[in-house]
Design a protein around this ligand. Structure first.
Ligand SMILES: *Cc1c(COP(=O)(O)O)cnc(C)c1O
Length: 352
């Protein structure tokens, strides 16, 4: 079965080899306070920073999931309250979880074909962390880079970005935000159980000002450990090892970005040409990494069932679009031959 599910998604085929090498290297049995582990962690951080083209001044920590990042940001970076700008299920869930930890989370929900109107936003009114979802996996939209640079120019508050389904797929404008995070089961092409958190010096300064040390995953506590190439708790050593190997293997992110963008443009022209309606009409906000197709429930059910028979796993709809869409991951681990297989399949049933 070839998976086009947008997470957990197809892992890179090299993972099989890396798993076996991880076992043989002995790294899975060593203590996480040992030199061998610390060296491996240091190498992985270095490789991730290099391949994702992360600015030197930003720090990289590994935690367990994107969901954990929601918790860390709420506990360790919000002094007063957060402001969430979102258009789908993941952005909404982030606001909901944050409000449980730090009362007073406010938000602006925008339409899936819109770019949020910066001029209409009062984001500095006491909200000291602005939360946006770079790539809304649930509906296949993405924020244009111009939005992020505009937001950066309008506020000195902390900007936190959920880039779970775009980091390691497209090059991110790192300097335009303070906290970026993603779990690895999407564009990184790895098994779930690890997340990458990228933190600016300004976010570190905020964490120091907030001074949260109440939790095992407090940002300050996590940071103190990572600066020594250690972790606050016994880490997912296998996940960190695999991430390091993948980061060494992939092409630099500006090249990857160009490839993923070109593949997405092909999807966005192929689909409507063959009778498939795109969920997102506004080209400016279409995601490069998650392509959403809109149809009635009956057609969706048929297409997904026939795909399964052809050995292809399509992504279900999610949230508000659960029954009226299917999703196609355009992640780097998906090969050109996987794509042509899916294309031939969609072509062969385009009479439906
Ligand atoms: C998948 C996803 C998450 C949740 O990731 P977990 O690893 O399950 O915590 C959060 N946000 C977005 C945008 C996602 O796509």
């Amino acid at each position: 079965m070839i998976s086009f599910y947008p997470g957990p998604s197809k892992v890179y085929p090299q993972v099989e080899q890396y798993l076996s090498e991880a076992y043989k290297s002995g790294i899975l049995s060593v203590n996480h306070r040992s030199d061998v582990f610390m060296e491996m962690l240091q190498n992985t951080i270095g490789s991730v920073k290099r391949s994702l083209e992360i600015p030197d001044a930003y720090e990289v920590y590994f935690v367990s999931s994107a969901t954990e990042c929601w918790e860390i940001i709420a506990q360790s970076l919000i002094n007063t309250s957060s402001f969430h700008i979102y258009n789908g299920a993941f952005g909404a869930k982030w606001m909901e979880y944050t409000d449980k930890i730090r009362k007073g989370a406010a938000g602006l929900e925008f339409g899936i074909n819109e770019v949020p109107d910066m001029a209409a936003l009062n984001i500095d009114l006491g909200h000291d962390v602005i939360c946006v979802t770079h790539n809304e996996t649930s509906n296949g939209t993405a924020l244009p880079n111009s939005f992020l640079s505009d937001l950066r120019q309008r506020t000195n508050q902390i900007i936190a970005v959920d880039a779970t389904s775009s980091m390691a797929g497209v090059l991110l404008p790192w300097q335009d935000a303070d906290v970026w995070y993603a779990s690895v089961q999407k564009c990184f092409g790895l098994p779930a159980g690890l997340a990458v958190m990228v933190v600016s010096p300004q976010a570190v300064a905020r964490a120091e000002q907030v001074g949260d040390r109440h939790f095992y995953n407090s940002l300050l506590f996590t940071r103190e450990n990572f600066l020594k190439f250690q972790t606050p708790y016994t880490p997912n050593a296998l996940g960190i090892y695999l991430l390091g190997r993948i980061a060494e293997q992939v092409v630099p992110m500006h090249e990857m970005s160009a490839e993923i963008l070109s593949r997405s443009r092909e999807w966005y022209s192929f689909l409507p040409e063959h009778g498939y309606e795109l969920l997102v009409e506004n080209e400016a906000v279409r995601s490069a990494t998650v392509v959403a197709v809109h149809a009635d429930r009956e057609k969706i059910t048929k297409v997904k069932a026939m795909a399964r028979q052809a050995g292809i796993q399509l992504g279900n709809g999610y949230g508000a679009w659960k029954d009226s869409s299917f999703r196609i991951a355009n992640f780097p681990a998906i090969s050109l031959s996987d794509i042509s297989l899916l294309r031939n399949f969609l072509f062969s049933i385009s009479h439906l």
